[in-house]
Ligand binder design. Structure first.
Ligand code: GUN
Length: 282
C-alpha cells in the first residue's frame, strides 16, 4: 500500500510550530513583519497574496500590503523596494510574480536586500545555497524536503531524479537533495530516454508543468514520487504532472494534488519570515 504524503497536515503542523515560536518571540519583544507587493490584479496572484496574508495572520506575523496598479513603472517599484530595504521594521519583502511585462523581473528581484529575500530568489540567495552558506531557500523545494523528512523518508545515498530545471523549483530542488547527500540527476525537456532516467529514481520529483505526463512506465517499483505540478482539468478538478491513478500501485509513497506540495510553499515562506530575524541579527 502506498503511503499518501499529507501536505495539508504537515503544513498545518509547521504553521502551528511557527505560531508558537512567534508568540515566544513576541513575549521577548521581537515582532516579525512581511511586506507583500502585488502589481496589477492577476486573479491567480491575488489568491496567492491573500493566502500569504492569511497565513501571516494565523501565525502572528504582521503583514504590510502594497497593491499597486498595473501601470506602476519599474522606477516606482524599485523606489518602494528601496524604502522597504531601509525600513528596520520590515523583515521580509515579497514581490508577487509574474510582474507586468514592462517591468524587468530580474532587476526587481536583485533590488531586494538578500537579508530580506524571503522568497530565496535573489542571485545571492541562490549562490549561498549552492556553496552551503546561510541564506533563504526557495519555498517550494524547501517544502518538498520537509515533506520527505517528516514522512521519515531517507534521502542520504538515494538516487534522486528531478524532472524540471526552473530557477524556482528544479535547480534549487536538486541543490537541496544534494545537501541531504542524495545522488542527484536533473532531467529536462531535452533529456534523452527520460523513462530510463526516471526509472533510476528512488525519489522522483516531478516539476515539468505537463498534466498527468508521468505514468507507470517512468516509475521504478517502490519509488517515492513527489508531484510539484498543478493544473486545472476541463472538469474543473486539479491534477498534477503525475498520473496518480496509473502509478499508485507502483510507488511506496506519493504526494496527492491537491493537498501535497501546494500547501507547503506558504508554510515555508512563513518559516523564512521567522528565520529572517535570526539571519538579520548576525
Ligand atoms: N508566483 C508564483 N509563485 C511565487 C512565489 O513563490 N513567490 C513569488 N514572489 N511569486 C510567485
Amino acid at each position: 500500500m502506498a503511503k499518501i504524503i499529507d501536505g495539508k497536515a504537515i503544513s498545518m503542523k509547521i504553521k502551528d510550530e511557527l505560531k508558537e515560536k512567534t508568540a515566544k518571540m513576541k513575549s521577548e519583544g521581537i515582532n516579525i513583519c512581511l511586506a507583500v507587493i502585488q502589481v496589477g490584479n492577476d486573479p491567480a496572484s491575488s489568491v496567492y497574496v491573500r493566502n500569504k496574508k492569511n497565513a501571516c495572520k494565523y501565525i502572528g506575523i504582521e503583514s504590510l500590503s502594497y497593491e499597486l496598479p498595473e501601470d506602476t513603472t519599474e522606477e516606482q517599484l524599485l523606489e518602494l523596494v528601496e524604502k522597504l530595504n531601509k525600513d528596520s521594521k520590515v523583515n521580509g519583502i515579497l514581490v508577487q510574480l509574474p510582474l507586468p511585462s514592462h517591468i524587468d523581473e530580474d532587476k526587481i528581484i536583485e533590488s531586494i536586500l538578500p537579508l530580506k529575500d524571503v522568497d530565496g530568489f535573489h542571485p545571492q540567495s541562490v549562490g549561498a545555497l549552492s556553496i552551503g552558506q546561510p541564506g533563504f531557500v526557495s519555498c517550494t523545494p524547501a517544502g518538498v524536503i520537509q515533506l520527505l523528512k517528516r514522512s521519515d523518508i531517507e534521502i542520504e545515498g538515494k538516487e534522486c531524479v528531478v524532472i524540471g530545471r526552473s530557477n524556482i523549483v528544479g535547480k534549487p530542488m536538486a541543490q537541496l537533495l544534494l545537501r541531504e547527500n542524495g545522488t542527484v540527476t536533473i532531467a529536462h525537456s531535452r533529456t534523452k530516454n527520460l523513462k530510463e532516467v526516471a526509472r533510476r529514481a528512488d525519489i522522483l520529483v516531478v516539476a515539468m508543468g505537463k498534466p498527468k505526463f508521468i505514468n507507470k512506465e517512468y516509475i521504478k517499483d517502490g519509488a517515492v514520487v513527489i508531484d510539484v505540478g498543478i493544473h486545472r482539468m476541463e472538469n474543473n478538478k486539479l491534477c498534477g504532472d503525475v498520473d496518480y491513478d496509473d502509478i499508485i500501485e507502483s510507488v511506496s509513497a506519493i504526494t496527492p494534488v491537491p493537498g501535497g506540495v501546494g500547501p507547503m510553499t506558504i508554510a515555508m515562506l512563513m518559516n523564512n519570515c521567522v528565520e529572517s530575524v535570526e539571519l538579520q541579527k548576525k
